[in-house]
Design a protein around this ligand. Structure first.
Ligand code: SAM
Length: 287
């Protein structure tokens, strides 16, 4: 792998200080600088088409279902009566795809900072959004999520932070100020969930988010799922709410999942409940 020849055919991700991952580039579909970040879309024999932003894997055709199912169906089915959802980030359209599977959802607002990500995802990663951008319930706003959250007066039943990592444009989405504004945008019984990195390598990020959630919510924690291309072990999803929705029982979840009538490849009510069972090395990161 150290041979320059082989490295030329690989996309090497160096998100972490001492740990990286390399993904073979079988075909480069697009390589561009948007107004905000470096955007690559390339083909990998195992993972299909892959989007990276500033060299960091954002989404792959093969394993995005895990991440998108767990950041949507867990809060929506735990809530039980969600009608309005806000997605911050999510430019590839995968999060919107999963939210819109729920006929009970009446309105989805998606606030994405980089129109280039949406445009290129529509063109090169259409399988991921799978028609979400054409759904009349979706309102796409091109803006910084931090600015939108401060200025917008609407309230939502579920808010999903589907951002890049806290470097570059995503950094503002991991601040106490942002979480405080997000809390103000939650309707009664609302739930805030966040992409919170891989605790084994990004434990400080999770602790930072949980410290903020501790001051904002009566109930806060995280839940886990392993996504192969988010390297380094299970990924944490932050959870904050003033409701008791995190503790909804299995029977209720099963009834709601059945009523929703949606097909999934990772989410089940049992997986939902199990995702909140934290190993000690993760639980210790929650203040
Ligand atoms: N699944 C990925 C992960 O876990 O890292 C996230 C995928 S999604 C493509 C991340 C999106 O967040 C990108 O489209 C990026 O442009 C967007 N983003 C980054 N910072 C943002 C901000 N401040 N406001 C809104 N969107 C932002």
């Amino acid at each position: 792998m150290s041979d320059p020849e082989t490295m030329r055919d690989w996309s090497v991700e160096r998100l972490h200080q001492d740990h990286g991952q390399a993904l073979r580039v079988a075909q480069m579909h697009y390589d561009s600088e948007t107004d905000h970040q470096r955007l690559l879309v390339f083909e990998n024999p195992t993972f299909g088409r892959i989007l990276t932003l500033d060299g960091v894997v954002q989404v792959t055709e093969a394993d995005n279902f895990i991440y998108h199912e767990m950041l949507t169906h867990v809060p929506i089915l735990a809530h039980g009566a969600a009608k309005r959802v806000l997605i911050v980030g999510g430019g590839d359209g995968g999060m919107a795809r999963e939210v819109l599977k729920h006929d009970s959802i009446e309105q989805v607002t998606m606030v994405e900072i980089d129109a280039g990500v949406v445009d290129f995802s529509k063109k090169y990663l259409a399988a991921i959004s799978d028609g979400a951008f054409d759904d009349l319930r979706l309102d796409l706003v091109i803006n910084d999520g931090a600015v939108f959250m401060k200025q917008n007066a609407d309230v939502y039943d579920v808010i999903i932070i589907d951002s890049t990592d806290p470097v570059g444009p995503g950094e503002v989405l991991f601040t106490d100020h942002f979480y405080g504004h997000a809390k103000a945008r939650l309707a009664e019984g609302g739930i805030l969930v966040t992409q919170n990195g891989v605790p084994f390598l990004q434990g400080d990020e999770l602790t930072g988010t949980m410290r903020a959630f501790k001051t904002l919510f009566s109930d806060y924690s995280c839940y886990l799922a392993s996504i192969p291309t988010y390297a380094g072990g299970p990924m944490a999803f932050g959870w904050g709410s003033d409701s008791n929705a995190r503790h909804v029982d299995l029977t209720t979840l099963e009834a709601r999942f059945k009523a929703a009538g949606i097909s999934t490849d990772y989410y089940t009510p049992e997986v939902h409940r199990g995702a909140f069972a934290l190993p000690p090395f993760v639980a210790r990161l929650i203040p």
